[in-house]
Write a protein that binds this ligand. Structure first.
Ligand code: PLP
Length: 313
């Protein structure tokens, strides 16, 4: 039997100002917790690099809006911030990274409804090592298949109980889509809607880039860089990575666009990426077996976006 990956748990507990560290080798949750029995809860995943958690406010904001969609009342954001710091510090004390480049900690904020009738949700922070696979995908890129998500782009607004824009603990469908993609020899998937739009990956946001060379009218040419993502109101999770990268790209002179996108837009792009807080920016080499753009432009644009993204707090 392989030993489990090292994990630190810190429960939000009013009796402990900075959170209560719990033994991750011991049971901590009731077997009747509705998070376990029904996936009834919400979560966030963020990355801490060299001890500094990235985009904490954006993750806390999205945790709040996910919780509101499930009528869950959360502890104050300050309690989360303290528990996050405790978890990261404890993890890095107990499992120091061999090199600064490998000093990445995955931090999950987890909320369950608790047992039936509980007065308040159960909330904790989990710190664990960043998976080697997600670091590898940033460098080698990924192959992706398009998978039907079975909803149209208006389902989120028409049927809010589907919780399409919330990050709930019910990720069984997303994980099944990933396994389906793996069985087809791909690394990941991009969901499409029943009305033919590009949505998101099971754990990521889709981005594409278009380069356009224009004559400035004075004898020289310039390249316009355009970064595009599916529109947020299509029943997808608004990505904190996409939001932060768009802000940085805009400041660096990129033009920005928001869908609607169809699969042909991906095939016509100069580059496509799946982007998320843990994996960061993974260039897409092939979609359904077709190469996207060219390796040299993909590499150059990925390097540019990586540099912009690395500067984000
Ligand atoms: N879409 C889905 C369904 C996700 O699960 C995630 C992240 O886990 C994302 C998008 C990307 O979000 P973020 O950039 O905030 O990690």
């Amino acid at each position: 039997m392989t030993s489990p990956a090292p994990t630190v748990l810190v429960f939000l507990d009013p009796a402990f100002e900075n959170g209560r560290i719990a033994d991750s080798s011991q049971p901590q949750l009731m077997a009747t917790d509705l998070g376990a029995t029904r996936g009834d809860g919400v979560f966030e995943s963020l990355l801490a690099v060299q001890g500094r958690p990235r985009k904490v406010q954006a993750h806390l904001n999205r945790l709040s809006s996910s919780a509101a969609a499930l009528d869950l009342v959360l502890p104050e954001q300050d309690a989360w911030r303290k528990a996050i710091d405790t978890a990261i510090n404890e993890f890095r004390d107990v499992h120091p990274a061999p090199t600064p480049e490998e000093d990445e900690v995955v931090v999950k904020l987890i909320v369950t409804r608790g047992v039936e009738g509980a007065a308040s949700p159960t909330c904790w922070v989990q710190a664990s090592p960043s998976p080697a696979g997600s670091r590898r995908q940033r460098e080698t890129g990924i192959d992706v298949v398009l998978l039907d998500r079975g909803f149209d782009t208006e389902a989120g607004e028409r049927a809010p109980w589907l919780l399409l824009g919330a990050k709930t603990l019910s990720y069984a469908v997303n994980m099944a889509a990933l396994r389906f993609a793996h069985k087809q020899g791909a690394d990941d998937a991009i969901f499409t809607s029943t009305d033919g739009r590009v949505l998101e990956g099971p754990t990521s946001t889709v981005l594409l880039a278009h380069l356009e060379t224009v004559d400035d009218g004075e004898g020289s040419v310039k390249t316009i860089r355009r970064l595009i993502t599916p529109q947020h109101d299509s029943g997808i999770l608004p990505g904190t990575s996409q939001g932060a990268l768009f802000a940085a790209a805009k400041a660096a002179g990129w033009e920005l666009g928001y869908g609607p996108l169809v699969p042909q837009d991906l095939f016509d792009a100069d580059a496509v990426w799946l982007i998320s807080s843990i994996r960061l920016i993974a260039p897409v080499n092939h979609i359904n077996g077709k190469e996207i753009g060219t390796p040299s432009i993909r590499k150059q644009l990925t390097a540019e976006l990586n540099e912009l993204f690395a500067g984000i707090e």
